[in-house]
Every structure is written in C-alpha cells, then in structure tokens.
Design a protein around this ligand. Structure first.
Ligand SMILES: C[S@@+](CC[C@H](N)C(=O)[O-])C[C@H]1O[C@@H](n2cnc3c(N)ncnc32)[C@H](O)[C@@H]1O
Length: 305
C-alpha cells in the first residue's frame, strides 16, 4: 500500500451507527480513537463533534493512534486541516501519549481491535495468506521481531500452545510439529504462503464448513502473539479509565472471545465505571450482509462515574 492510495482504502468501519449511539460524542468534546486504521470511525466522530450549535467557537477534536506507520501516513493526508489528528502510537501507551500532547482528560475513547482490510490486502507484511511476502505480522515493523524469526527459535511446545491459545486451533500440535520439522530440515518457514500451505496440509477439511480458510486460525494466533495484542488491551484497560471525564464513555469492539472476556471483566471490575452493555452489541444482519467482517464483532461500552 503506498501513500497515494488514500482514496482506495478498502476497510469499512464496523457498527458505525451503534458506535455513535453508544459513544454519544458531544460537540466540543475531545475523543481518542486508539485504532485509527483507515479512519472510518475517526471521521464519523470528528464530523459530529466539530461544531457546537450553541457556541461556534467550540470545536471538538479526535486524537487517533495507530501502531501502523503506513496507516498513520495515509491518514495524515486524508485528515489534513480537519479536527482528526493522527499519531503513530500504541494505544497501550495512552497515558504517555496524552501527557506528551498536554491533554489531561478526554470525553470518550474507542478501540476497534484487530487488523484492517488494508493490512490484510498488503502482500508484503505477512497478513495476506497467499502472498509471497515475509511472515512478519507486526503492526509496527520498527518494534520487536517478525513472526518468521520467532518460528526460528521457539520450542515446538510453545508454538503449539500459542496456536491453540490464541487461535483455538485443534490441530495446533500437528502444525507446530510440521513447522519445527521444516526448521530441522533447514527449510524454515519464511514466507506467508509457506505457512498457509503447511497449515492447509495439517488441518483436515470439515465437511460443510468451507467458509473460512483453514489457515485463518493459525495466522490470527500468530498475529495476536507477535503484537502482544492481549497484553496491550489489558494495559489500556488498566490506565485509560483514569483519563476519562465524568460521564465520558469507553467503547471497545472486539473480534475474538479472549479479547471480549478481557474487556467484559475489566469493565465489570473497575469501580469507576458503569457498564452500559450487560450483553455485548453485535452487528445487524443487514451490516453482516454488506460486510462479512462484522459477523464476529462485539461492542462493549462503559461510562465513567
Ligand atoms: C480494525 S482496524 C481499525 C479500523 C478503523 N476503526 C476504521 O474505521 O478504519 C485496527 C487498527 O488498529 C491498529 N492497532 C492494533 N493494535 C494497536 C495498538 N496496540 N495500538 C495502536 N493501534 C493498534 C491496527 O494497526 C489497525 O490499523
């Protein structure tokens, strides 16, 4: 993806109506979008808060973070001169980022977890199963190690565990064995399509269940592992509520049962928050029809007391 693809970004923001209804952004307010991506949600929030009909001198703004430098570069062009301000930062560091920006508290926060369709389409970063790019899978290529390097030294047991834990893949042991066998034969996994082919050989087709690629669960697990996605979410949930104004809301869209459980528990156990969604909100059938990615989305929202 180059910076010139501003108008071609493919990612469609999930549950836009539900997010706006539940986050209830107010004109003149200050909001954090911790997962900017293609900027769909930031744009919607920015438009709503840009004018206070009773006081035109008030203009709210959105501080939008992404770990992906490419996404931020594209968004900087798209949102130049608007009230959406993209920053290259990890949402787990929200405290540091807000301090650096001289912002004490905000009126609302949104996280829309996982990866964007534009990252999935990028053939050079390992997210796209059949691409010949390196199996990198990092959102921020300037930090940590690419997944193919991890696969060069993790034990077979550790590889199996991470595929099972983060991907809920029943055939995790078989996949880990095959990965380590390649390493022993001096043909370690390096490319995304290498891994996809290996996994498809290890996982049997379930009759009638052909909707998702057999490699999906393994790629998801490795992406969650390499980016420490659950760790980032836990850290955010510990620090972010303290930066909300009273009545401010925190909305999180997750796509994975482990993420949803972390959000549910952190909201419930934080005495400064009122949970507004006893049950998570899902996407409508109409939206799922238009955007299959919305199928597993779960939105939870809490309000600062
Ligand atoms: C599903 S997309 C967000 C899409 C966005 N809401 C939109 O409407 O276009 C998730 C984004 O979060 C980013 N991301 C994932 N983990 C992150 C983290 N810890 N800090 C900041 N951004 C992160 C990814 O790079 C990706 O661009």
């Amino acid at each position: 993806m180059s910076d010139e693809t501003v108008l071609e970004l493919r990612h469609i923001a999930v549950m836009p109506d539900e997010v706006l209804r539940m986050l209830a952004p107010q004109p003149g307010g200050v909001y954090v979008d911790g997962t900017l991506g293609a900027g769909g949600h930031s744009d919607l929030i920015g438009k709503i808060i840009s004018n206070d009909v009773n006081d035109v001198s008030k203009s709210g703004y959105v501080i939008s973070f992404d770990r992906d430098a490419k996404a931020v570069a594209v968004a900087k062009k798209r949102f130049a001169g608007t009230n959406v301000h993209p920053y290259h930062a990890d949402y787990r560091d929200i405290d540091i980022a807000l301090n650096q920006l001289g912002i004490r508290n905000v009126d609302g926060m949104l996280l829309d977890l996982g990866l964007s369709s534009d990252q999935l389409d990028d053939t050079e970063r390992g997210f796209s199963f059949d691409a010949n790019g390196d199996l990198d899978l990092r959102f921020d290529a300037s930090e940590g190690q690419p997944m193919w390097e991890w696969l060069g030294f993790l034990t077979e047991e550790r590889i199996a565990d991470l595929i099972f834990q983060y991907g809920e893949e029943r055939y995790s042991r078989r996949i880990a064995r095959a990965i380590v066998k390649r390493r022993e034969n001096r043909q370690p996994i390096r490319k995304a399509n290498d891994l996809a082919q290996l996994v498809r050989r290890c996982v049997p087709h379930a009759p009638g269940k052909t909707r998702i690629d057999l490699a999906t669960r393994t790629f998801q697990a490795m992406r969650i592992f390499v980016n420490d996605e659950l760790g980032a979410l836990e850290e955010f949930l510990k620090t972010a509520p303290a930066r909300l104004n009273t009545g401010g809301r925190i909305a999180i869209i997750s796509f994975h049962s482990l993420e949803d459980r972390i959000v549910k528990t952190a909201f419930r156990d934080n005495p400064s928050l009122n949970v507004l969604t006893p049950k998570p909100i899902g996407a409508s059938d109409a939206e799922i029809g238009r955007n299959p990615r919305a199928r597993s989305a779960k939105l939870r929202v809490a309000e600062k007391k």
